[in-house]
Ligand binder design. Structure first.
Ligand code: PLP
Ligand code: TYF
Length: 394
């Protein structure tokens, strides 16, 4: 029977890791997979997470199952971190999930339970896994215009124009901050306009927030999600802790749902619990517990915030340096958008041929859509990348 299986195309982003590893040039730069790396190329365990790990190890007296939604304390700290007081707590339901990916999958499943005819609207472009999961689930997927490849900024008019096609009962997926793969983001005001449209259409917003703290700051990055929560009668939020707590392999994510009333929240919660049960019974707990420990202890929280802020500022510094280098080398402001983009990624508007040329001639590994991971750079490698871009991109 297994002979019937069809070959699967490898994940293009993950494939880059192998390609780069095989390159023997000392000057190669891996700008592929979206993982934070420090100046030495290491992805560190954050200090607060390490301390929390020791505390959890000492304090934990059992490894017995938690609950279908995971430890309720995790749901509470995530609600406070992402939503703060934008919505009353008794309208929020939460489940722990294996990573942000698990939360996204459960969000699609929940939407389908509520409306089997739902179409899911995703930005063009979006994180490829969004589209892949929808395709696998057989859910209709429509794209809304988002990125203007010429200016490398958001084309908001085109976005609003395509969202006119949203129907009642559809789901609209928005990146809460630090858009992947482009790095181009809506302003808070524009998020408000999109929220009004979603409300008017009677659609359900799903906010995917995987980089809180990597853009303009923890609170600033959560502001769009909070604005939507305050404006919309109901919404879903898929939050990932992989990047901002550096707990990638632990698989820590959370799906939150804001119900219209406190009275309807228990039914939403029961449906979310059910989705966990039929997918994997109980969600992983260890990583979630580390996050809960950090966010429940003021000293650990402060330590985590300091380290996260250092990470954010280092990426901003690299953005400014790269934009400056490119300004000098191209004698133009063409690449100034790199300093305006936020988060780990920038899509720089190069063609697949130009991306390949940069790979072959300079050992620069970026995704073929010209997305680069800023954290793959350090102040010494920026000039090499600037030279590659200036010499390879028309
Ligand atoms: N959403 C976006 C936009 C992402 O870039 C990622 C990246 O990994 C995720 C969700 C999911 O992250 P994870 O499942 O590793 O928590
Ligand atoms: O976009 C990225 O690079 C990250 C990491 O199948 C990632 O979100 C990449 C591919 C994938 C899962 C995670």
């Amino acid at each position: 029977m297994l002979n019937n299986l069809k070959p699967q195309a490898p994940d293009a982003i993950l494939q880059l890791i192998t390609l780069c590893r095989e390159d023997t040039r000392a000057t190669k730069i891996d700008l592929g997979v979206g993982v934070y790396k420090d100046g030495t190329g290491n992805t560190p365990v954050m200090k607060a997470i390490r301390t929390a790990g020791k505390q959890v190890w000492d304090a934990e007296t059992t490894k017995v199952y938690t609950n279908l939604p995971g430890d309720p304390a995790f749901g509470n700290v995530m609600r406070d971190l992402v939503l703060a007081d934008s919505v009353s707590a008794d309208r929020v339901s939460a489940i722990a999930t294996p990573g942000g990916t698990g939360a996204i999958r459960q969000a699609f499943e929940l939407g389908r339970q509520a409306n089997p005819d739902m179409t899911v609207w995703t930005s063009n472009p979006t994180w490829p896994n969004h589209v892949a999961i929808l395709k696998f689930m057989g859910l209709p997927n429509s794209e809304y215009a988002y990125f203007d490849a010429e200016s490398c900024t958001v084309d908001f008019d085109a976005m609003m124009d395509s969202l006119k096609g949203v129907k009642a009962g559809d789901m609209v997926l928005l990146h809460g901050c630090c858009h992947n793969p482009t790095g181009a983001n809506l302003t808070l005001e524009q998020f408000g306009i999109v929220a009004d449209l979603i409300a008017e259409k009677g659609a359900l917003a799903l906010v995917d927030i995987a980089y809180q703290g990597f853009g303009d700051g923890l609170e600033e990055d959560a502001a769009p999600t909070r604005l939507l929560a305050s404006k919309l009668p109901e919404m879903l939020i898929a939050a990932s802790c992989s990047k901002n707590f550096g707990v990638y392999r632990e698989r820590v994510g959370c799906l939150m749902a804001v119900s219209e009333t406190a009275a309807s929240a228990p039914t939403t919660q029961a449906n979310m619990n059910y989705l966990n049960r039929i997918a994997f019974s109980f969600p992983p707990d260890h990583g979630a517990r580390l996050v809960t420990t950090v966010l429940s202890d003021p000293a650990l929280t402060a330590d985590w915030k300091t380290e996260l802020e250092d990470v954010r500022l280092s990426m901003l510094g690299l953005r400014t340096q790269l934009a400056d280098e490119l300004r000098q080398r191209t004698n133009s402001d063409r690449f100034d958008f790199i300093a305006e983009h936020r988060g780990m990624f920038s899509r720089i508007g190069a063609t697949p041929e130009e991306v390949l040329k940069m790979r072959e001639d300079f050992g620069i590994y970026m995704v073929s859509d010209s997305r680069m991971n800023i954290a793959g750079l350090n102040p010494t490698t920026v000039p090499h990348l600037a030279e590659a871009i200036a010499k390879s991109c028309k």
